[in-house]
Design a protein around this ligand. Structure first.
Ligand code: DHB
Length: 385
């Protein structure tokens, strides 16, 4: 062997020993500031709740979160931060992603660096197609929307107007609803797309009201947009006009449901997690989360953070602390977890999540607003997968 090759191999081996070390680094890319700051807060607090509950050592290695702020829907920032996590911080995993555009931006880096990447919220169907190193523990809009269309038809509704945020997950929700509802014999009588940034909901909602549908089906990202939409729905008197409100759970999200106020009572939504889900796993999760942040109710993104860490721990355990991208993906494929939302599985072929989707109604429980689950669609897949 030539001398320079030897040096190269030694350098490589030293590098690997250094990377292996005694710490497993989990790079968290999330929206920690700006309009979507709640996303990052919920995701990271969910991850921390898992670590609080299960300790921070697995297979003899200390698990360390390295959190980086994407600042909002900012693909360029997300991409740069992912590169730094890989090259400078030498992370073993990349996790997080509240928003779809950030997940899209990081997919090529996950592939190039062979980093196991776990999506804890972003919910556009094609995200998992963008890299073989991506697995999702959250949900897809298509997955929760199809049951909504089925429930709506079963409930006798026939003419519905759809309103969605104008980007990936909104387009998926709009198309899935139309396909499923019209296949059954219902009719989507109008479709509106509202901007992701600073939408003015009043005029949009008025247009819906003027065309007199029986119901409106809505997806906007959780948080401020959901509050803005609800406000316009109330101010324009759609409920009084007999127009029922159906949505994905993002709109009646646990993180903001109290801010929606009593006007939200009776809203029907479909989603994978409610803080009111009755199970021992959820009770334990709520207790762990309140130790991290006693002031805020955890939402579906917090559960994504929690389950994403459960997946990381399982990979570290099975690989005995020696993380290799391809081996990690083998462990993630087909993984089953007992989530606070119910049983979940990462599909072995698509790396996307299979889970129960619940139909819920906003009701008062002990004086507080909750999404109370009353019907379950079991083991639901993304309809396109
Ligand atoms: C996204 C999806 C959501 O369900 C949500 O509430 C917010 C953002 C997304 O994929 O960007």
């Amino acid at each position: 062997m030539k001398k320079w090759m030897m040096f190269g191999l030694i350098a490589l081996a030293t590098g690997q020993a250094y990377a292996a070390g005694n710490t497993i680094k989990v790079g968290v890319l999330a929206e920690m500031s700006g309009t979507f700051a709640d996303f990052g807060m919920q995701i990271t607090n969910g991850a921390k709740a898992y670590m609080r509950q299960h300790g921070d050592t697995v297979a003899g290695k200390k698990i360390e979160l390295v959190v980086r702020d994407t600042t909002g829907p900012a693909p360029d920032v997300a991409k740069r931060l992912a590169q730094e996590l890989v090259v400078k911080d030498n992370v073993d995993f990349i996790v997080g992603f509240g928003l779809t555009p950030n997940a899209f931006a990081v997919a090529p880096i996950a592939t190039e660096a062979k980093k196991p990447t776990i999506i804890m919220n972003a919910a556009t169907s094609v995200i998992t197609v963008k890299s073989p190193y991506i697995a999702r523990v959250s949900f897809t809009l298509a997955q929760v929307t199809e049951p909504m269309a089925q429930w709506a038809y079963k409930s006798g509704l026939r003419k519905i107007y759809t309103v969605v945020a104008d980007y990936g997950p909104g387009h998926d929700a709009e198309q899935t609803f139309k396909k499923a509802f019209s296949r059954l014999g219902g009719e989507v009588i109008g479709e509106l797309r509202v901007p992701l940034k600073n939408p003015e909901f009043g005029p949009f909602v008025q247009r819906v009201k003027d065309s007199k549908p029986q119901a409106i089906f809505v997806f906007v990202p959780a948080g401020e947009l959901a509050v803005g939409f609800m406000k316009a729905y109330n101010e324009r008197g759609l409920a009084q006009a007999g127009i029922k409100l159906l949505s994905t759970g993002d709109v009646t999200d646990d993180g903001v449901i109290e801010a929606l106020g009593d006007n939200a009572l009776g809203v029907i939504s479909t989603h994978q997690y409610s803080a009111a889900h009755p199970s021992p796993e959820n009770k334990a999760f709520l207790a762990a989360y309140s130790q991290i942040n006693p002031k805020q109710r955890p939402n579906f993104m917090a559960v994504g953070g929690y389950d994403g860490m459960a997946a990381v721990y399982e990979v570290v355990r099975q690989l005995k602390g020696n993380i290799d991208g391809d081996k990690a993906m083998q462990v993630l494929k087909g993984m089953k977890l007992n989530s606070p939302r119910g049983p979940i599985q990462i599909d072995a072929e698509t790396r996307d999540i299979v889970q129960n989707v619940y139909v819920r109604e906003v009701r008062k429980v002990d004086g507080k607003l909750y999404n109370v689950e009353f019907e379950t669609f079991t083991a639901v897949r993304d309809p396109g997968k």
